[in-house]
Every structure is written in structure tokens, then in C-alpha cells.
Design a protein around this ligand. Structure first.
Ligand code: ZN
Length: 390
């Protein structure tokens, strides 16, 4: 197997040099070396997979550490075996060399964690000249529900989050936060401008495609990076909370102008990526609520919402103009609470009365303008101030 990895490394290295330093995927590599591998090794064909995976992993980590691409020396005698090729029977591992041809390895069950780990699903077997390592995937079951809920509305230039806890059977609003994410929008804009330029300037189609692909890869990496930082921070700041998001499967069909917004930016901002990052980093369960109508019904009183301006939601029943994104996060919170069996009557709640000003349109005005939305002619409803402050 050492020879096989050595050969695979050479092939992968040659590909990477030819392709501007882009290391091939293990699957690409398998396609290239299988004709070489199968007749040479008298093992079941599956054994080629760990060879490819190990070679690519080595190339990548060497480049990461040294800063340049080179062929690492394979010193250790080691073989990794996929889960398809071994099975455990009565504390013994059966490894498939060829179909119907096995070797058996006794497991040392004296290891103090063996009892606990062996309940997991076996994932990989590593055999070196010195030892045999067996790895398991431990399924930790469902994550628990947090003691708080934090509901986030994801927008083009902000993430608006309402946080609440349940106390003595009633819901208490805790805070509302608007997190600017202009950086992500900026990366998007930078790159689309650059791509347009490339499209115009480079005449040679092969060269253009190559260059465009490279730009797209870089853009994706930068956005992923920014999202990782953001999601890590959000989870760290809200350790005790369960996150609530809108389900983003497909485009909403309720015809609201909210769905128009998403349609415009759906391909331009990876909302879903952010959600899944938060979901796997958070120690608590993440909830997804149905997004339909979150911007057409007032979460406070259930009345109809009007949109006299892009970032504004006007509720005639409440007699108030709310900031659209913040109100939306409240609507998501209400749905999340209902999912948890905690219906939240916003209008009657004391914590809502304390927080209400935070949700008014005036507060979200600077962000709305800064985000570059074109406002329609309507000014904020001035009556609302009279109603609130009397
Ligand atoms: Zn209302």
C-alpha cells in the first residue's frame, strides 16, 4: 500500500502542477489510477478509496504547512480500510481482502472506552506496522432545546435577531439585535464586477472559462470564511439559546414583496450556508419555521401589514410603523415558540411594551438607507409618535 500511495501521490502532483496548483479530488484521482491499481493489487476493489483519500490529504496538508506543493515521502507502513470492507463480530474484526476471503483481527476489549465507543457506527480501520486503530462515529442523538430562543431574520445586508426566554411558563423578550453583514454583500459585488470585466476583456474562450472558474472559487472561499467567523461568533454569544430560522427550501409562493426580495438575492447570498453552519456549531437544537406570510401579518396583533416603504411594515391595527426586518425576526420567534408549545401573545406582554420602541421603523432607518435600497416616496407615519408617547 505504501507503493500505491507513492504512485497516487505522483499522479495527483502531476495533475496539480498541470492545473495551476489545483489538487484533484480523491474521486478524480481514483479515475486516473484505477487501471494501474486493479491488476496490480489482488485486493477487493474498494481498497483503492483510502489510497486516494490518503494521498490527497497528504498533498493538501503538506502544501498547507510548507506553503508549496511537493511530493511527500511515504515513510510509514499504513493502510486505511473503509467501513464497507470490515465488519465486527463478537469483538473480532473481519477484514475483506477479496470477495469471500477474509482476515480476522481480535479487538482488545480491555480499552476502557471500548464499551462506550463500540455502540457507535464503525467508520474506519487503520492498520500500521505497530498497531490497529478502529474509529467509530458516535451519534449523540438529538441536541437539546436551549433555555432561550434566538430568532434570526436573514437579509441582504443585516441579520436581525430577537432573543427571548421562557420564565414561569411565560415568554419574556430579552433583546433585539441588528448585525450588519455588509462585508458579505461587498464581496459579492466586488466579484460580480470583476467577473463582468473578465467576460468583456478576455477574448479567448478557454482562457476566459478558466479565469472565471478561478474567480468564482475564490469568491466562494471568501464568503465561506466570512460566514464561518460570523456563525462562530453568533453561537459563542448565544451558548444557551436555540436558533430559529426560516425554512429556505424553495421560493415562497405567497407573492409577498418579501419573496421578491429573496428572489432578487437568493443566488447572491448563501443564507442556507449560514444556517447550516450555525446548526452544526450550536450545542442546542436549531428550529426551522415555515416562512409563509411572516411579512403580511402583524406578529403583535395579527392585523394586516402594509409596506409603504421598503424597510417598513405599517400595521393599522397597532397604529405603528415597524422596521421590517426586526418585526420579521419577532414573527419568526413567535413561530418558534409555537413549535415549542409556548404560544406567545405579544400585544399583552409586559416585556414587549418595554421593547416595542426598538422595533419601530425609525430605528431601522439608518440601516435601510445604508443598505442602498431605494425608498419609495412615503415618509414614516408621523402619527405613530403621537400614539406611542402619549
Ligand atoms: Zn399590529
Amino acid at each position: 500500500m505504501r507503493d500505491a500511495i507513492g504512485y497516487a501521490l505522483q499522479v495527483a502532483y502531476r495533475d496539480a502542477v498541470r492545473d495551476d496548483g489545483k489538487i484533484p479530488s480523491p474521486i478524480q484521482l481514483r479515475r486516473e489510477i484505477r487501471e494501474w491499481f486493479y491488476p496490480r493489487y489482488d485486493y477487493a476493489r474498494h481498497h483503492i478509496n483510502p489510497v486516494c483519500r490518503a494521498s490527497i490529504a497528504m498533498l493538501r496538508s503538506y502544501r498547507k504547512n510548507d506553503g508549496e506543493l511537493r511530493i511527500p515521502q511515504v515513510k510509514k507502513l499504513a493502510v486505511r480500510i473503509d467501513a464497507e470492507l470490515f465488519k465486527i463480530f463478537d469483538n473480532k474484526i473481519r477484514v475483506t481482502l477479496q470477495p469471500n476471503h477474509y482476515v480476522w483481527i481480535q479487538i482488545n476489549t480491555a480499552n476502557k472506552r471500548y464499551e462506550e465507543y463500540s455502540r457507535g457506527k464503525p467508520s474506519e480501520l487503520l492498520i500500521t506496522d505497530g498497531k490497529v486503530c478502529l474509529t467509530f462515529i458516535i451519534s449523540d442523538g438529538k441536541k437539546p432545546l436551549g433555555s432561550k430562543l434566538i430568532a434570526s431574520d436573514l437579509n441582504f445586508s443585516t441579520i436581525d435577531s430577537t432573543k427571548a426566554r421562557v420564565e414561569n411558563g411565560t415568554v419574556k423578550l430579552e433583546s433585539i439585535n441588528t448585525e450588519p453583514i455588509k462585508k458579505i454583500a461587498q464581496i459579492q459585488n466586488d466579484f460580480s464586477r470583476r467577473r463582468r470585466m473578465l467576460q468583456m476583456r478576455i477574448r479567448n474562450p478557454d482562457k476566459r472559462i478558466k479565469k472565471l472558474r478561478k474567480t468564482r472559487g475564490r469568491q466562494r472561499n471568501r464568503i465561506r470564511d466570512a460566514l464561518h467567523k460570523l456563525s462562530t461568533r453568533m453561537v459563542r454569544e448565544n451558548q444557551s439559546a436555540s436558533f430559529v430560522f426560516e425554512k429556505l427550501t424553495g421560493i415562497r409562493s405567497d407573492g409577498s414583496s418579501r419573496s421578491k426580495k429573496l428572489r432578487t438575492y437568493l443566488n447572491r447570498w448563501p443564507y442556507r450556508l449560514y444556517q447550516s453552519m450555525v446548526e452544526y456549531k450550536s450545542p442546542n437544537q436549531t428550529l426551522y419555521v415555515n416562512p409563509g406570510g411572516t411579512s403580511s401579518r402583524c406578529p403583535v396583533c395579527g392585523g394586516r401589514l402594509e409596506h409603504p416603504a421598503w424597510a417598513m411594515n405599517r400595521c393599522e391595527t397597532c397604529g405603528a410603523d415597524y422596521g421590517r426586518n426586526r418585526l420579521s425576526s419577532l414573527a419568526i420567534l413567535c413561530r418558534g415558540m409555537r413549535l415549542c408549545g409556548q404560544p406567545f401573545a405579544v400585544s399583552a406582554d409586559a416585556s414587549w411594551r418595554l421593547m416595542r420602541d426598538e422595533y419601530l421603523y425609525a430605528h431601522s432607518l439608518p440601516e435601510a438607507v445604508g443598505a442602498g435600497w431605494t425608498e419609495t416616496a412615503n415618509a414614516p407615519n408621523l402619527n405613530m409618535y403621537a400614539k406611542i408617547h402619549v
